[in-house]
Design a protein around this ligand. Structure first.
Ligand code: 1PR
Length: 583
């Protein structure tokens, strides 16, 4: 089926009649909605190429677009960044990736005359691919910090997912598409999982149905892609959707290239549980950055020399886990709390090299906080995080600094907006901020012995204790703090965390299974996704954590590094247990 093209500036409006874009925009200007002015935002506008091998990229400067750059280069194409509206009008193929906040993006596009150029480019049916916010901007408006007006090319308002219907927000992970019409770039994708990370979505309606090429279900059916003629936009991230995503990009960028089809064994039907490989990274005594792994956070060998355990090279291992089917890869710079991360250039290089070949989400953590160096130069945590994003990270993870921020918040009841967590999630969106919790079990004989939330244990403590609370620690487990994991998780959700990485010092490296009591406690307490971590020793431990708790993902380190249980076997086991995973 060939989709209709639109060489003229005719659009279907909310009531179903055809109007010109200009009159639709005028209507929006006059209608009763009060649109908030988008906040001011400092911009780095970048631009595209004139020759056929170059792709024009609109980087409006508010988010991490390194991943899409890497994917385009991986496919053998050059990138020319948009610097002026004319660059948009002259583009042969234009990609508008979008991460960050809707208002900030529209502010930039409106102030630079890019919005008008984009409308003209799209009206002329020129090859366009919008990604995530790049899809949302086509709609009339978004409720994100708004309402804020969009380009108004597609009828509909972008609204927030509702966590009240049992779905965790943000929607993070690999979900399945229902193809609604021939979309050219999505051929063969119907049965495969693709990677989403967003809190806002547009919904299909009578008014926009001629645009909708696929939907996805997450509590409700929302629009996962649109297509009209040469204009495409997707809510998911093809640049982070592994080989499936690369084939989507290839079809858009190189429409005449032939693509080898991977035989399909299983059909994707819903949001998959994620399996994450984690690499704890630190400098060893020879000064090399290595992947290490501790037992209850002790990463030194029990030998005379007491050296840091060396389990391999970070870039190589991450690349291998990608090929093995890891749904995400996390790097934790475990001595980041005492070193200055921006002085840690090897870590930034690891991210840079890894992201050139690994097309699933990359998270990096360790040492994200405000910092003043030896010369008195102050770096905000936002600068530190931005450097990680520029080097290829998709999410950053905050440990110690989030504990201090939560303690302060619980003490004063005031959100200052100044913590690293708040600053980074405000600019990059909460889906880009993970809080990593390092709790240690503290046994109790009765539930109300301390002022922190306690759980009744499945297995009694060493002295027959029936209860425990989970004390948060900082600096890699070295210091216990007066706050429980439950209290911390709820506080950081309010402060803007998009996801929780839930470690457990008692279980770390033990291979005896995840701490089900802890993971159940936290995953029931918050409505953001929770990643279960620490203690995986067998594939069965993964099915146990997904069957007994509401964890969205499970992470392991030691068993993958020591090649005891391959990622593929974990996934095959989960499938046999009826748990949906990405294959
Ligand atoms: O506090 O913001 O600088 O962040 C430091 C980060 O480094 C935190 O995320 C913290 O969890 C991590 N970290 C600090 N010290 C250690 C250590 O091991 N000495 N690693 C450490 C934490 C936990 C997981 C591990 C799982 C799975 N390691 O990363 O990978 O427990 O292991 P397993 O499957 O082998 O059981 P900041």
């Amino acid at each position: 089926m060939e989709a209709a093209t639109f060489g003229s500036s005719q659009f279907t409006n909310i009531s179903g009649s055809m109007v010109s874009r200009r009159s639709l925009l005028l209507k929006l200007h006059r209608n009763s909605i009060t649109f908030k002015s988008p906040p001011k935002f400092s911009v780095r506008a970048s631009a595209v190429g004139g020759d056929d091998s170059a792709v024009t990229l609109l980087d409006y400067g508010a988010g991490n677009v390194q991943s899409i750059r890497n994917a385009i280069r991986y496919l053998g194409l050059d990138i020319k960044d948009v610097e002026t509206p004319e660059d948009i009008l002259n583009a042969k193929r234009l990609i508008v990736p979008g991460v960050g906040a809707f208002a900030a993006m529209m502010d930039v596009l409106n102030n630079n005359g890019m919005a008008e150029a984009l409308c003209t480019y799209i009206e002329n049916d020129r090859p366009f691919l919008g990604i995530c916010l790049g899809l949302q901007l086509l709609f009339e408006s978004s409720e994100e910090n708004g309402p804020v007006r969009g380009l108004g090319l597609i009828p509909g308002v972008v609204g927030r997912f509702d966590s009240l219907n049992g779905c965790r927000v943000p929607h993070i992970g690999w979900n399945a598409l229902q193809i609604k019409k021939d979309s050219v770039i999505l051929d063969d994708i119907a049965n495969r999982h693709v990677y989403f990370v967003h809190s806002y979505r547009a919904v299909p309606s009578e008014e926009n149905k001629e645009w909708v090429s696929s939907t996805c279900n997450y509590g409700i059916d929302f629009i996962s892609s649109v297509r009209r003629g040469n204009v495409h936009a997707v809510q998911f991230h093809p640049e982070k959707s592994g080989d499936v995503g690369l084939s989507i990009l290839r079809k858009f960028l190189l429409p005449n290239s032939s693509i080898a089809k991977k035989p399909l064994e299983r059909k994707a039907t819903k949001l998959a549980k994620r399996v994450i490989a984690c690499l704890d990274v630190r400098t060893n005594d020879n000064g090399d950055l290595v992947v290490t792994k501790g037992d209850q956070y002790d990463v030194r060998e029990q030998t005379k020399d007491n050296e840091v355990r060396n389990l391999g090279k970070p870039v190589e291992l991450a690349g291998q886990y990608y090929l093995d089917g890891a749904d995400e890869v996390s790097f934790l710079n475990i001595t980041g709390f005492r070193d200055f991360p921006l002085g840690d250039l090897p870590m930034l290089q690891i991210l840079k090299y890894t992201s050139e070949n690994v097309f699933v989400p990359l998270t990096v953590g360790g040492g994200i906080r405000d910092f003043t160096d030896g010369n008195g130069r102050y770096y905000s945590s936002l600068e530190v995080a931005s450097e990680y994003f520029r080097s290829g990270a998709d999410k950053i993870s905050i440990g110690s600094d989030a504990v201090y921020a939560a303690e302060e918040y619980l003490k004063t009841g005031v959100k200052t907006g100044k913590s690293s967590l708040e600053q980074i999630s405000r600019v990059y969106g909460n889906q880009a901020v993970v809080v990593s919790i390092d709790p240690r079990r503290q046994y109790l004989t009765s539930e109300d012995e301390v002022g922190f939330k306690a759980v009744k244990l499945e297995n009694l403590g060493p002295n027959g204790e029936e209860y425990a609370w989970y004390q948060c620690t900082v600096n890699g487990g070295r210091e216990g703090r007066p706050i429980g994991a439950y209290e911390l998780a709820k506080a950081v959700e309010e402060l803007g965390a998009g996801e929780i990485l839930l470690n457990c010092i008692d279980c770390d490296g033990q291979g005896k299974g995840f701490d089900i009591d802890l993971i159940k406690l936290i995953s029931d307490a918050v409505s953001i996704p929770v990643i279960a971590s620490s203690g995986a020793g067998t594939a069965q431990h993964f099915s146990e954590v997904f069957e007994k708790t509401n964890a969205s993902a499970a992470l392991a380190a030691g068993i993958f590094h020591r090649k005891e249980v391959p990622i593929e076997s974990v996934k095959e086991h989960l499938l046999k247990q009826g748990i949906e995973v990405r294959m």
